[in-house]
Design a protein. Structure first.
Length: 292
């Protein structure tokens, strides 16, 4: 046994000496720039492929980011009003293609919770809409400050199994929203899902005689689809026709009737309309398609 001890010590000493020599020849990186240089060198020598290199760089970038750097700003948030009925906010859910929505009360700075689109399935298939109450099915909203580091937030998303957080500024006002997908896209690049192509449709049939129409839909296409004759000299888009009728920039929820159509503004801000809900009189026959 006594002969083994010195032998083990010599082996450890030799390994330690060898490690010191290797560190002199190939010193460990002292900062991020040196680490990137090693990463680029590994790529140049075909030790890693371009995708792997990009992901590692993405991880390094995320480690230095704060929530404010990648959040979706409040002007681009898609929210649901807790006081609206299922029929009122369902078109917004269908158009956006999102799976989670901040639920606001009165204004965007008062978030009551998060709605998961899948929680609406029971009301759609079991005809429970008469007993529907949005406040009964929303989940608690997670609040994070703009200054929070992204890396620990990702760990919290994973460990606590939630996917969205509301971002607030130093005064407590909502400045945006961030999801686990936003963080992952910083690492692996853009993540597209099966709804990305669908939401590009200008006119989408919802149910019965109700349609979802983008405000920028060309008036000629609208006329052809809905078998109507709005004057194409008055506006280029259906949004332009709606704007002429209001004679002001309408707010979300405003509506008016014109001929066989009722128009309701679903998505709008102070500068433009984005989405309309169009209800067609049942006696009016539509084409339902636009020529290529």
């Amino acid at each position: 046994m006594s002969d083994d001890i010195p032998h083990s010590s010599n082996g450890s000493a030799n390994k330690s000496f060898l490690r010191k020599i290797l560190q002199v020849i190939t010193p460990e990186p002292k900062n991020k720039d040196q680490l990137i240089d090693i990463l680029n060198d590994a790529h140049d020598r075909d030790l890693i492929n371009p995708e792997t290199k990009q992901m590692i760089k993405g991880v390094l970038d995320v480690s230095e980011m704060r929530v404010r750097d990648i959040m979706i700003p409040r002007s681009q948030m898609v929210t649901i009003d807790i006081n609206h009925s299922l029929d009122e906010f369902l078109p917004i859910i269908l158009e956006s293609g999102h799976s989670r929505f901040p639920v606001v009360n009165e204004d965007i700075d008062h978030v009551d919770g998060i709605l998961l689109a899948k929680d609406l399935l029971a009301f759609g298939f079991n005809s429970q809409s008469d007993n529907f109450s949005l406040s009964d099915i929303i989940r608690p909203a997670i609040i994070v400050p703009e200054s929070k580091k992204v890396e620990p937030l990702l760990k919290e998303f994973r460990s606590n199994r939630y996917h969205m957080a509301i971002v607030v500024d130093e005064y407590g006002g909502v400045s945006g929203v961030i999801t686990i997908e936003d963080i992952l896209e910083q690492i692996v690049g853009e993540i597209e899902d099966e709804t990305d192509d669908e939401i590009e449709e200008e006119i989408k049939h919802l149910a019965g005689n109700v349609y979802l129409v983008k405000a920028l839909t060309e008036l000629s296409n609208f006329n052809e689809y809905f078998n109507c004759e709005f004057n194409e000299n008055d506006a280029d888009t259906i949004g332009g026709i709606v704007l002429r009728q209001f004679n002001h920039m309408p707010q979300k929820g405003e509506l008016f009737s014109l001929g066989n159509f009722e128009f309701k503004v679903l998505v709008a801000d102070s500068r433009r309309m984005q989405m309309l809900q169009v209800s067609v009189d049942k006696s009016h026959e539509i084409n339902g398609k636009v020529s290529d």
